[in-house]
Design a binder for this molecule. Structure first.
Ligand code: CP
Length: 310
């Protein structure tokens, strides 16, 4: 694999290979401590990030490589230098791979096709966030004790993806990965926060409300609920009446979490808007795998780097 840009383009074997390698690395990280020795990885983040940036930096260090940091806000991009010229310039310092977060969907694809540098997408606009989906899948494999070698490992698992699907690259990548793994995926979102064309995701069921008999049935039979951050910074209009009404109709409140099966789990890619898309008590409850997702981000990103660079 030269680059990792989307989950949509990963075939089943590639997806399972990264998950398997993540398990192997988590079990024995020391075996990979020299894998990137002598290699430099450019961390090109021009949109804010805590988890993805820090876990990729940690992953490179654990693999014995060197991080080259790029501070977008204080760079010459602000003087009008193009993305291509900026990357061409940094390349001269010796770059073996680039990890890129960018606010424009497709920026990373363009970088990957127009430079010879292996690239990993750390989130591009509203398009995809492949390593987030891979770490989410890994966390579920681990929690459910399933193996990536099984055929359709998530068959018989129902996963609800809830909230601001329209602006969510996490949702797009997860829909592709979870359906490839055999899960039944149900999107729960107001019509205004769904893509107008859902034909890219033919295998998903869509619900617009939770407070219906059908909504309650889906909630009470779900194996996992993946809450999405309400991305107010990307919303250029009024998509719902108010934040409190959003919580009322689409939030995973304490009461709704009480309807879930005992063994059901709750995920969120972070950062969390506590009290908006999810109540604080649910974030901190036993059902929550949110901090496990953060931890697993390092193993999965190490696996992605090994795949792309070795
Ligand atoms: N989940 C996620 O991408 O978080 P960050 O924006 O903090 O990287």
């Amino acid at each position: 694999m030269k680059s990792l840009i989307t989950v949509r383009e990963l075939d089943d074997a590639q997806l399972r290979k990264i998950i398997s390698l993540s398990f192997e690395i988590k079990k024995n990280p020391n075996a990979y401590a020299q894998t990137l020795k002598g290699k430099s990885v450019l961390q090109f983040f021009v949109e804010n990030s805590t988890r993805t940036k820090m876990s990729f930096e940690t992953a490179v260090r654990k693999l014995g490589g060197t991080n080259i940091a790029f501070a977008g806000g204080s760079s010459s991009l602000s003087k009008g230098e193009t993305l291509f010229d900026t990357l061409d310039t940094i390349k001269q310092y010796g770059v073996d791979a680039v990890i890129m977060r960018h606010s424009s969907g497709g920026a990373i694809d363009w970088v990957s096709k127009s430079t010879s540098i292996p690239a990993i997408n750390a989130g591009d606009g509203q398009h995809e966030h492949p390593t987030q989906a891979l770490l989410d899948a890994f966390t579920l494999f681990e929690h459910w004790g399933l193996s990536p070698d099984d055929s359709e490992p998530f068959k018989n698992k129902k996963i609800l993806i809830v909230g601001d699907v329209l602006h969510s690259r996490v949702a797009r990548s997860n829909i592709h990965s979870l359906t490839k793994l055999g899960a039944e995926v149900v999107l729960v979102a107001p019509k205004t926060l769904l893509p107008s064309d859902l034909s890219l995701f033919p295998k998903v069921k869509v619900l617009n409300r939770w407070d219906t008999a059908e909504g309650e049935k889906e909630l009470s039979t779900a194996d996992a609920v993946m809450m999405l951050r309400l991305q107010l910074e990307r919303q250029k209009g009024a998509f719902f009446p108010s934040v409190s009404e959003y919580r009322h109709f689409w939030g995973l409140t304490r009461e709704r979490a009480g309807i879930l099966k005992n063994e059901a789990v709750v995920l969120h890619p972070g950062p969390v808007n506590r009290g908006v898309e999810i109540d604080s008590e649910v974030v901190d409850s036993k059902k929550s795998l949110i901090l496990k997702q953060v931890e697993n981000g390092v193993w999965v990103r190490m696996a992605a780097l090994v795949e792309v660079l070795s």
